[in-house]
Write a protein that binds this ligand. Structure first.
Ligand code: GDP
Ligand code: IMO
Ligand code: MG
Length: 423
């Protein structure tokens, strides 16, 4: 038996999908445990590009059970569409399993996400507007509607009617929006319930059985450490716990069962949406990274903010997630960006800062300290660590030294095969 968790160490889009696809080969079960369709995981397999938002990235390997855990918020309209997209590309979805405890994203969650964002004006978070925050708010406020309700038509209808009494008042009277019609939602969701019912299970019981049978389980993180509700750059975060600890609550697995935790990172840093970003390069260097790395959002298409690699962040992520390995991507991209800078620490009021302050005001005052590195030639066809240029090895070994975590996987392109296993 082995259990591995894959998490993001920065602000998302580190290339988690690519490594989950790779590690899924040796797994029996792949489990999403947090977030929803705010995630966009890209896999390029045999020249075909897949962008997955809800279905676990193990789905491209035949015979792997792919579980959507209780910690995920599910927009059934998006899930049904994604399953259709996969079937259209010849990928079977028979192995998909959906937790009966997962919460649903409702049309009023999507609407409230948009209304709240526009109401925040200059303080908007830059959410994906997929209804994530409002759905998790209902979960903690205890008015959420779950998958088990969806497949029991009566309780679903009752809960929609009850929720709309309050939601419509908020939408109309606070935000000046249009109210929702309960019957229309109930009809639309009845259809989703019929389609999804065969996939719904007690996912936690299934996972426990898999552990008892010594199966290999891979937990697929979405979002990342710095988007975590507790440990990220609050309030510019998402509404769930994408860190490794999220597996315990988002899938119902006790900490004793976790063997390995892979932290995925880019060789530089990107962020979509608002919030602090100490090593951001809102200049020519950032534009160069964006164009070389095709840094545009998988979910919303927004240009990603780009900057140098910040090892203060990675060290913090190593601590929060108990990382046992790093998987780094875009070594091909950063090598072409001219002189490369690497942030080793911050300085504030003349003092060295080695962790991330909670207060965003304090974080704003932290100035990155950089070391400079020379770039390298094209590495996208290299498959062995020894064949990497000396400058790339120097950069990688300094990252390893500064973060204290072993780099196990090195990405040199978006393709499934463009990975080097470091020994
Ligand atoms: P995720 O959300 O963490 O799964 O990452 P995304 O899929 O949103 O974004 C990562 C992007 O980088 C995708 O377009 C990947 O195809 C691409 N990618 C991943 N690894 C590499 C790499 O090593 N080199 C290059 N050039 N592209 C990569
Ligand atoms: P993957 O799994 C990058 C960001 C949004 C916004 C903030 C809150 O592909 O790495 P939300 O819609 O969650 O309320 O938005 O979080 N965000 C992501 N950024 N990658 C993601 O997922 C993200 N999921 C959410 O841009 O800043
Ligand atoms: Mg992404």
């Amino acid at each position: 038996m082995s259990t591995k968790i894959v998490v993001g160490t920065q602000w998302g889009d580190e290339g988690k999908g690519k490594y989950i696809d790779r590690l899924a080969k040796d797994s029996d079960v792949v489990v999403r445990f947090s977030g929803g369709n705010n995630a966009g995981h890209t896999i390029v397999a045999n020249g075909v590009k897949y962008a997955l938002h809800l279905v676990p990235s193990g789905i491209l390997h035949e015979g792997k059970k792919c579980v959507i855990g209780n910690g995920v918020v599910i927009d059934p309209a998006v899930l049904v569409k994604e399953m259709d997209m996969l079937l259209g590309k010849g990928i079977k979805t028979d192995n998909l399993l959906i937790s009966d405890r997962a919460h649903l994203i409702m049309p009023y969650h999507r609407e409230l996400d948009k209304l709240q964002e526009s109401f925040r004006g200059n303080f908007s978070i830059g959410t994906t507007k997929r209804g994530i925050g409002p759905a998790y708010s209902d979960k903690t406020e205890r008015s959420g509607i779950r998958v088990c309700d969806l497949i029991d038509g009566d309780s679903f209808a009752e809960k929609v009617k009850e929720n709309l009494k309050v939601k419509n008042l908020i939408i109309e009277r606070v935000y000046g929006g249009e109210p929702f019609n309960a019957d229309e939602i109930i009809d639309e969701y009845r259809n989703y319930g019929d389609i999804l019912k065969p996939f719904v299970i007690d996912a936690n019981a299934f996972l426990f059985e898999a552990l008892e049978e010594n199966k290999n389980i891979l937990f697929e993180g979405a979002q990342a450490t710095f988007l975590d509700l507790d440990f990220g750059t609050y309030p510019y975060v998402t509404s769930s716990n994408p860190v490794a600890g999220g597996v315990c609550t988002g899938a119902g697995i006790g900490p004793r069962y976790i063997d390995e935790v892979y932290g995925v990172m880019k060789a530089y840093t990107t962020r979509v949406g608002a919030g602090p970003f100490p090593t951001e390069q809102d200049n020519e260097a950032g534009n160069t990274i964006r164009e070389l790395g095709f840094e545009y959002g998988t979910t919303t298409g927004r240009p990603r903010r780009c900057g140098w690699l910040d090892t203060v962040m990675i060290r913090y992520a190593a601590r929060i997630n108990s990382l046992t390995a790093l998987a780094i991507n875009h070594i091909d991209t950063i090598g072409k960006a001219g002189k490369i800078k690497l942030c080793t620490s911050y300085v504030k009021d003349g003092k060295t800062i080695k962790s991330i302050p909670a207060s965003l005001k304090e974080l704003e005052l932290c100035k990155p300290v950089y070391e400079e590195f020379e770039g390298w030639d094209n590495v996208s066809d290299i498959r062995k660590y020894d064949d990497l240029p000396a400058n790339a090895k120097k950069y990688l070994s300094r990252i390893q030294e500064l973060t204290g975590v072993k780099i196990k996987l090195i990405g040199v392109g978006s393709g499934r095969e463009q990975t080097i296993e470091a020994v």
